[in-house]
Design a protein. Structure first.
Length: 186
């Protein structure tokens, strides 16, 4: 199935999603990779607020390339999500609802997704220009010194994504190959 969602989202918005579904996401998406995640943890440990409202938020693991004249953003393909696994459960427990990246996640992240009614969505790796085409606005909101890893606020429209981990424990990286093998044998 295909769903259209607008951020911020609620558990109820995400509950119908199943691993393998597609999502066209619109609204605000924040960018953060490992260096930004490390700084977010330092802020939380110091009792300071995060640089964006985390409740119902979507975070895209991307370090976009510089935009060309007339563009909002350069190539914006996903980075490997596993580098954020150490930080993701804490952010999910604080209310983050959507993670966007590529690649498998560890068991602690999977458990946090289910515990919080969240989802992990995959962006199409190797298609940074396609992903960038959905970005209508961009603003660096903190840690500009991190360059491409600075935290940005993106306004997106119909950002094309696939559900990898759903709120019910579904994992496309497990169910997808099994379905393929069953179809081949049937």
């Amino acid at each position: 199935m295909q769903y259209k969602l607008t951020t911020p989202v609620t558990r109820e918005d995400l509950a119908p999603l199943k691993a393998g579904d597609t999502v066209l996401l619109s609204g605000t998406v924040y960018t953060a990779r490992d260096a930004a995640h490390k700084r977010m943890m330092e802020r939380l440990d110091a009792g300071e607020p995060l640089p964006f409202p985390v409740e119902g938020s979507a975070v895209y693991y991307v370090g976009p390339t510089p935009e060309r004249p007339g563009q909002v953003i350069g190539s914006a393909g996903p980075t490997t999500s596993g580098r954020m696994d150490a930080y993701s459960p804490r952010l999910l427990d604080l209310g983050q609802a959507i993670m966007i990246g590529k690649g498998a996640r560890n068991q602690a992240v999977k458990e946090a997704v289910v515990r919080n009614g969240a989802v992990y969505l995959a962006a199409l790796g190797g298609a940074g220009a396609l992903m960038a085409a959905s970005v209508e606005e961009l603003e660096v909101i903190c840690w500009e010194d991190l360059g491409c890893e600075a935290v940005r606020r993106l306004e997106v429209k119909d950002f094309p994504l696939t559900v990898i981990l759903d709120a019910h424990g579904g994992d496309l990286y497990q169910s997808g190959p099994a379905a393929y093998l069953a179809a081949r044998e049937g």
